[in-house]
Ligand binder design. Structure first.
Ligand code: SF4
Length: 212
C-alpha cells in the first residue's frame, strides 16, 4: 500500500471514530485563544481550561490583563506547569497586542510569532482556529501518530512532519484532520497504552503490538 492509499484509509477511519473532532480549548475572544494555546505547552487542554475560565472572568479584557500585576496572573495560573514563565508570556502577549496590533490578533504567521510563547505550532493553531487558514499544527499527538502509521520517518522532526502531511492530506481537510489526529493520539493511540487490540489500522502500523 502506498502513502496515498494509507492516508486515505487513515482519514476514513478517523472520520468514523471522531467525526466531530475540534479544538478543545475553551475561549470566547480571539486573544483568549492565543493565551490558551500558549498556556497549553507541555500541559493538557483540560488543565488550561480549568485556569482560563476564572482568569478570563476576573480579567475580561486585554486592558484588564495588561493592568493586572504579574503576581496576580501567576496566582491565577499556578496549577499548571511553567506558570511563572507563562504568566510573563500572558503579560507580554497582552502588551504586544495592545501596543503593536491595536488589540487585534493578527492572521500573519510572522506577526503571530512575535508574541511571547507563540512558536510555529501555536501560530498554526491560531491561524487554523480563528482565521480558518489551512494549516496542520504538529503537536506531540500528531507527530507520534504520523510516525506509528508510517506517514513519516521515526527520526523526522516536527517541521518535516508538517511538510510531509501537507503533501499527503487534501488541503480542504488540513484543519479537520489535524483535530482528528490529535483526538486519535489523545484518546485512542495514546503514548503509553494505545488500544491496539481494537485498532483497525494495525496492518499499516509500525508499532502495533504495544497493548496486545
Ligand atoms: Fe496506535 Fe496501536 Fe493503532 Fe498502531 S495499532 S495506530 S500503535 S492504536
Amino acid at each position: 500500500m502506498n502513502k496515498q492509499e494509507r492516508i486515505k484509509l487513515i482519514l476514513q477511519y478517523f472520520e468514523e471514530l471522531f467525526p466531530h473532532a475540534g479544538c478543545e480549548l475553551i475561549y470566547q475572544k480571539d486573544y483568549e485563544l492565543v493565551i490558551a494555546v500558549m498556556l497549553s505547552a507541555q500541559t493538557t487542554d483540560e488543565s488550561v481550561n480549568r485556569v482560563t475560565e476564572k482568569l478570563f472572568f476576573d480579567y475580561p479584557t486585554l486592558v484588564a490583563l495588561d493592568a493586572a500585576p504579574l503576581s496576580e496572573i501567576e496566582n491565577a495560573i499556578r496549577t499548571i506547569g511553567l506558570f511563572r514563565n507563562k504568566a510573563k508570556n500572558i503579560k507580554g502577549i497582552t502588551k504586544k497586542l495592545l501596543e503593536n496590533f491595536s488589540g487585534v490578533v493578527p492572521a500573519d504567521k510572522n506577526q503571530l510569532m512575535t508574541l511571547p510563547g507563540v512558536g510555529n505550532k501555536s501560530a498554526n493553531v491560531i491561524r487554523a482556529e480563528i482565521f480558518h487558514i489551512p494549516e496542520i499544527p504538529v503537536d506531540t499527538h500528531v507527530h507520534r501518530v504520523s510516525k506509528r502509521l508510517n506517514l513519516v520517518k521515526m527520526d523526522d522532526d516536527v517541521f518535516v512532519t508538517e511538510k510531509k502531511l501537507r503533501g499527503l492530506i487534501p488541503k480542504d481537510l488540513y484543519i479537520k484532520s489535524h483535530h482528528q489526529f490529535i483526538h486519535f493520539g489523545r484518546y485512542f493511540c495514546k503514548a503509553r497504552a494505545p488500544q491496539c487490540a481494537q485498532c483497525h489500522l494495525r496492518s499499516i502500523c509500525k508499532e502495533p503490538n504495544k497493548n496486545l
